[in-house]
Design a protein around this ligand. Structure first.
Ligand code: PXP
Length: 241
């Protein structure tokens, strides 16, 4: 299971004072040195954290891979086609949310998403859809030729009881297995942290986790190298790694 680090929160901190520090590009480059397998950024329509300068510099300088989280809007699709990330992950985007609140409804937005995937594929950009662990949503993602899905793990991470957590984990297990059978790549993310990773690694069919807040927050206390290496150590506890 690979580990991609989302660096949006570093840009949030920089933007809080319209400052140049902490620079998310430098942070991403250092994270690569400490062993992450890729970098994730979400270029939001309101540019509240990552901006185009960050994105273009990362495109030039990263040596692992760049996953661009994005809304399916014309402006951002054009930027993605120009920047050529290794993966474009389509997420729902609401201006008033603090962070992405859940998966995109593929069934309700099938025509928009089909066209978006076609446009990105024409430019040879592979596409992932951020969705709930739901079989019908996965079937729809496969039908419109998505390359990957990213399973929303927020309900697992925020479960209020152990029973609810294990129930959600089972949904994710079934969903990821189903997606693999359809030939989809399977990523997962949202709310994954140093506590819940020990349960999450039990799921066999996840290719990659996308983690941001917990690792960036920990790096404030222990430094980026330790924060990244601690997460990698947890992921490596997975059976058969
Ligand atoms: N995956 C997606 C699609 C997201 O929107 C986010 C949040 O930016 C993450 C993963 C990472 O979530 P977290 O910051 O809670 O680790």
């Amino acid at each position: 299971m690979l580990f991609s680090l989302n660096v949006d929160h570093v840009a949030f901190l920089r933007n809080a004072r319209m400052e140049v520090n902490p620079d998310p590009v430098t942070y991403a480059l250092m994270a690569e040195q400490y062993g992450v397998d890729g970098i994730v950024v979400h270029l939001r329509e309101d540019r509240r954290h990552i901006n185009e300068r960050d994105l273009r510099l990362m495109r030039e300088m990263l040596t692992t891979k760049l996953d661009l989280e994005m809304a399916a809007t014309d402006e951002i699709i054009k930027i993605a086609i120009d920047v050529q990330p290794e993966l474009a992950t389509i997420v729902p985007e609401k201006r008033l949310e603090l962070t992405t609140e859940g998966g995109i409804n593929v069934i309700d937005n099938i025509n928009l998403l089909r066209t978006t995937i076609e446009r990105l594929h024409e430019a040879e950009v592979p596409v992932s859809l951020f969705i709930e662990p739901d079989i019908a949503q996965i079937d729809a993602a496969s039908e419109i030729d998505s390359d990957f899905i990213e399973i929303h793990t927020g309900n697992f991470a925020n479960a209020l009881s152990e029973d609810d957590m294990f129930e959600e984990l089972e949904r994710i297990r079934q969903a990821s297995k189903h997606a693999k059978k359809l030939g989809l790549g399977v990523n997962a993310g949202h709310g994954l942290n140093y506590n819940n990773m020990k349960h999450f690694i039990a799921i066999e069919d996840i290719d990659e986790v996308s983690i941001g807040q917990s690792v960036v927050a920990r790096s404030v206390f222990v430094g980026l190298e330790k924060a990244v290496k601690e997460m990698i150590a947890l992921i490596r506890l997975r059976k058969g790694f």
